[in-house]
Design a protein around this ligand. Structure first.
Ligand code: LLP
Length: 413
């Protein structure tokens, strides 16, 4: 599975089938995202298998913010995934793709009255709260509705994983989660709304694109100390432990399978750290990027080649409005020619830039590519996570299309 070259043509390789991107893009003018659905499904199962020795019930809640294409969501549902959502919009989308309310964990720091009301009416599996004020709000809505709100408390374990500061969430200065020292305040709110709140779990999520798995262990161990204490506390009725998402991928290694070692290391460290947890407790995980990141490519066409004394620019028809990651996090996505030249060819150093009226609109700085011409297609790789979902109409451009390939065939466009 995944994107590779065959006879110098970039394409999607799926078992015996090869879907050629150059043949497909011939009939297109506009940029588009293309997803390898077989790769996504395989990756989901590899991720899950890492936890097979866990005696607890494992619930994999795919973080649908990473890629919420309906075909992708429906395929993951068929594989037994559940979802982690962060808005009412995501709840509605998940339901429309076949997920049940009982499949939904609702995360996020800013849930509105409307979102909480709808979630409680639907009877979702769990709301992960991020502040005492949110618990108050949930308690009061649940008592008006006459329901019991299933709540897990997201803690901020104060670890600082080595990732981009914009996607670090478990450090004490981040807006996410509660401090362990706030447990007495949580207990007070629980007492106030006793019949309408069930404190059923603990949750953590320390950030995204983390490749140093020891930070996950540090965060989990800090949380487990409190879990063991809270299990004895009469206020809490612990049934779940949510270990979050955040597992990274190797954007710097073109081989998608190179992620497997990192994933295996992650799951074995987590399983080991979880070995003391009562097997009646559900273990929830919320992977996003690691499931879909590798299996999406943003296809873009060269509009112009432009040179000045300092730079060669390849001006393409996609950019920060379709893939925010390079400009927002200085993310380095590999850029590949869709057709490779046979034999030796002139290589040129390009800044691959988009059409948006900002100098931040760079898809890739200083990329050594075979000499390009107007009309050539390029693939911006590893764009399956946080790509299309973060796209906008900035400068009033169209959104890119999304195309899904399965068994070597386009099944959605
Ligand atoms: N759970 C929660 C509560 C989250 O906030 C996130 C991601 C995840 C799970 C999934 O994390 P993952 O496994 O995908 O790392 N736009 C950024 C990433 C933002 C991540 C936000 N939260 C990027 O393009 O790198």
């Amino acid at each position: 599975m995944s994107f590779t070259y065959k006879d110098n043509n970039l394409g999607v390789s799926q078992s015996e089938n090869f879907f050629s991107l150059s043949s497909f893009s011939k009939n297109h003018d506009e940029p588009f995202y293309i997803y390898d659905l077989d790769g996504i499904v395989e990756r989901f199962n590899v991720f899950k298998s890492g936890f097979s020795s866990l005696e607890n019930n494992l619930r994999v809640h795919y973080a649908m913010k990473a890629n919420s294409n309906k075909i992708v969501l429906s395929a993951l549902k068929k594989e037994g995934a559940r979802v982690d959502v962060v808005s009412l919009g995501e709840i509605k989308l998940a339901l429309s793709c076949g997920f049940e309310p009982a499949d939904i964990v609702f995360s996020g720091v800013g849930k509105s009255v409307k979102e909480i009301t709808e979630a409680l009416k639907l009877g979702i599996y769990q709301i992960n709260i991020e502040s005492v004020a949110e618990l108050e709000r949930i308690g009061s809505i649940a008592s008006q509705l006459g329901v019991v709100a299933p709540v897990a408390v997201r803690f901020n374990p104060d670890v600082n994983p080595e990732t981009h500061p914009y996607i670090t969430t478990g450090f004490r200065e981040n807006k996410f989660g509660l401090n362990f020292s706030e447990i007495p305040r949580i207990d007070d709110v629980k007492k106030k709304f006793n019949d309408n709140i069930r404190l059923q779990g603990l949750s953590i999520h320390i950030g995204s694109q983390i490749r140093n798995n020891t930070s996950f262990v540090d965060a989990l161990e800090k949380t487990l100390k409190h879990l063991y204490l809270l299990e004895k506390n009469k206020c809490w009725n612990i049934q779940s432990l949510d270990i979050g998402g955040g597992v990274g991928i190797h954007y710097d290694n073109p081989d998608a399978y190179s992620d497997h070692e990192l994933m295996q290391d992650y799951s074995s460290k987590m399983v080991e750290a979880l070995s003391g947890v009562n097997s009646a407790i559900d273990i929830i995980c919320e992977p996003g990027r690691v499931i879909v990141g590798r299996f999406g490519c943003l296809m873009t066409k060269v509009e112009y080649i432009k040179q000045n004394e300092f730079k060669n620019f390849a001006i393409v028809n996609s950019g920060m409005h379709h893939l925010m990651r390079p400009c927002l996090y200085n993310a380095q996505h590999t850029i590949l020619p869709v057709v490779k030249v046979d034999g030796p060819c002139k290589q040129v150093l390009y800044d691959v830039v988009g059409p948006i009226c900002e100098s931040s609109d760079v898809v890739g700085h200083d990329r050594l590519l075979p000499e390009l011409q107007q009309g050539d297609w390029l693939g911006v790789m590893d764009a399956g996570a946080y790509g299309f979902v973060m796209a906008s109409h900035y400068n009033q451009h169209e959104l890119p299309q999304e195309i899904v390939v399965q068994n070597g065939q386009v099944i959605f466009s």
